[in-house]
Design a protein around this ligand. Structure first.
Ligand SMILES: NC(=O)c1ccc[n+]([C@@H]2O[C@H](COP(=O)([O-])OP(=O)(O)OC[C@H]3O[C@@H](n4cnc5c(N)ncnc54)[C@H](O)[C@@H]3O)[C@@H](O)[C@H]2O)c1
Length: 270
């Protein structure tokens, strides 16, 4: 299915590590919808990942950037404009990593160096990306910027650890920067709050497999997949959502507004 929704639009996609990544599926879908883009990831992820394969498939160039480095981001923005031949219409921030989670530190036993690093990568990087785009006047009018988040920003999920705080910060940055980007440049900024999804970052969360089936049974429409997320992101990059900005948009099959589902009640009747 392709509608050419992004014909002529140019962008930057952060966070495609492997074929499971939400950013990977989004890149393929944007390509199918006629958009062109630069792919970027942290230099270390380039060695671990398979981004070359995605670049070949979508006819894209890769510009490495650590999303915590202002220098890397400024370089990425100027190189992208060179490669794409002008200003940018869409940006996807699909970056997340908690060192506390990786090292098995519980929320009540955080190592604050780890906390700071995870916050810089997962949350402050979104501000850094936008500040770099803003200062370079790199976005076209009616452009669209999206970051991915999770509902642990609003409600507690014990094993989501310090990522919950990072996502709350990320969502706040979308609102605050969205104001200035909207006023000055007519650019919209939103976050998509996605269902749990089996990716490298997702599977880092303890008990993820059980949690994903719980979420699926709680959601009237079932969990949103990575492909569903890619499709939704395309609509937010298209011209059909020009006045949607500064929003946190739940994309979770109805999970966020469900108190309990019949399937979960049935489990407790067994
Ligand atoms: N998987 C889920 O359950 C889920 C649910 C809701 C939201 N999200 C969010 O979706 C986004 C994408 O994650 P994913 O699930 O596709 O996992 P993923 O592991 O495929 O992607 C995470 C990406 O972040 C990149 N990254 C890490 N440090 C970086 C740095 N310093 N600079 C640049 N890039 C860096 C990684 O290289 C990787 O490509 C994340 O923000 C994640 O929190 C995921």
């Amino acid at each position: 299915m392709s509608f050419n929704l992004l014909k002529g639009k140019k962008g930057i996609i952060f966070g495609a590590l492997d074929a499971n990544s939400i950013a990977w599926k989004t890149a393929e879908t944007i390509h199918a919808e006629g958009g062109t883009f630069v792919l970027t990831n942290a230099p270390i992820a380039m060695r671990m990942g398979q981004i070359d394969e995605l670049a070949k498939k979508t006819g894209s160039e890769i510009v490495p950037a650590d999303a915590t480095s202002e220098e890397d981001l400024d370089n990425l923005v100027s190189k992208s404009m060179e490669i794409l031949g002008g200003k940018i219409d869409f940006v996807l921030h699909a970056i997340g990593m908690s060192v506390n989670v990786r090292k098995g530190r519980a929320y009540v036993d955080e190592k604050y160096d780890f906390t700071t690093k995870g916050w810089d990568v997962s949350a402050l990087s979104f501000h850094k990306v936008m500040q770099s785009l803003y200062k370079a006047d790199a976005m076209n009018e009616w452009g669209s910027i999206v970051a991915l988040t999770y509902m642990a920003a609003q409600r507690t999920f014990p094993d989501y650890n310090d990522m919950a705080d990072n996502k709350a910060y990320l969502e706040s940055v979308a609102r605050s920067f969205g104001y200035f980007f909207g006023k000055e440049k007519k650019v919209r900024v939103n976050t998509i709050s996605q269902s749990p999804t089996p990716t490298t970052a997702g599977q880092g969360v303890k008990g993820f497999d059980n949690f994903i089936s719980y979420a699926d049974k709680m959601s009237p429409l079932g969990n949103a997949t990575a492909q569903d997320c890619a499709d939704y992101t395309v609509t937010l990059f298209s011209d059909f959502t020009r006045k949607v900005t500064m929003q946190n948009l739940f994309h979770d099959g109805g999970f966020s507004n469900t108190g309990v589902s019949q399937e979960i009640i049935d489990r407790f009747s067994e």
